[in-house]
Design a protein around this ligand. Sequence first.
Ligand code: AVI
Length: 333
Amino acid sequence: MGMTPAAVSERFALYRDPHPTRVASFAEDVRAGFRERPYTLSPRYFYDDLGSALFEAICRLPEYYLTRIESDLLATYGSQIAAAFDETLEIVELGSGSALKTRILIDAILARQAQLTYHPIDISPDALIESSHALLGAHAAVRIVAYASDYFTLLRERRLHTQDRVLALFLGSNVGNFEPAQARELFTLLASALEPGDGLLVGYDLKKEPSVLELAYDDPTGVTAAFNKNLLGRINRELGGNFDLDAFSFFARYHDDIGAVRSYLRADRPQTVTIPAAGITVELAAGETIHTESSYKFSQEEMTERLAGCGFGERRTFVDAGGRYALGLFVAT
Ligand code: AVI
């Protein structure tokens, strides 16, 4: 990122953002979310250690089909995706996390070329180091150039160190957690950071019956409820709050007008909560809600049209037999 990588070995470089854009702190965001009604908390704060473990459990729930179908689609179509490009490929991944699913694609690409450079981008340097370590151990032919950064900043400042034809990955239906305007900004930035002919693979959840979507986001085992309530637990642990987690219920609703499942915590009785490190006291009426997340769903036509507006043409879209989830392969124009 305009500087020497912080961690270097022959096969691993880690660039840290030298001037990280100041991001609002947890306390500031919590204060902002309770400043006006309807109350909101940002889904960005789901993923502390406990929240990440709960998310992994969600990915294994029978009702949360997204992760499983995406892995199956990658396994089935990975070699066709790799074969869609004639040149040596490098992978750039937005929000790489543990990069487990990426390995399926890495294997498919390595069946066609001897070596591969993988560029994961993630806000957490620890997650990058851990996942890179595991990947390097498993793949002798992989070299990693990692970026610990917010990806808007990285793309805006054009700091990617790619050399060959790029296949950018935005998997896991992560696009669904962005408001439409933010998603447009991200894809437009990505298009201008790529060369014409570079690829983009987007994993997204398809629109379907609300009952299926609502079950995926409000599972009967209560794992997703615990995942959402952990936001309140995290406020208690880190900001000294006194939320009574038992006094809240969780629910998720599909909103047809915006095409998104919205998740909420609802106060079961009137309550007054103090959050000392945010310097606030929050009053909740019985039945009052806190919006915790939106998960947007798309038709194939909608995704193709949106990406066309950002500088990407559709090459091919892979959908499972049940028509539930899509992997869209696009090319920068
Ligand atoms: C990470 N993200 C794409 C998940 C989703 O489907 O919106 C987060 C999640 N929330 C509840 N279940 C899963």
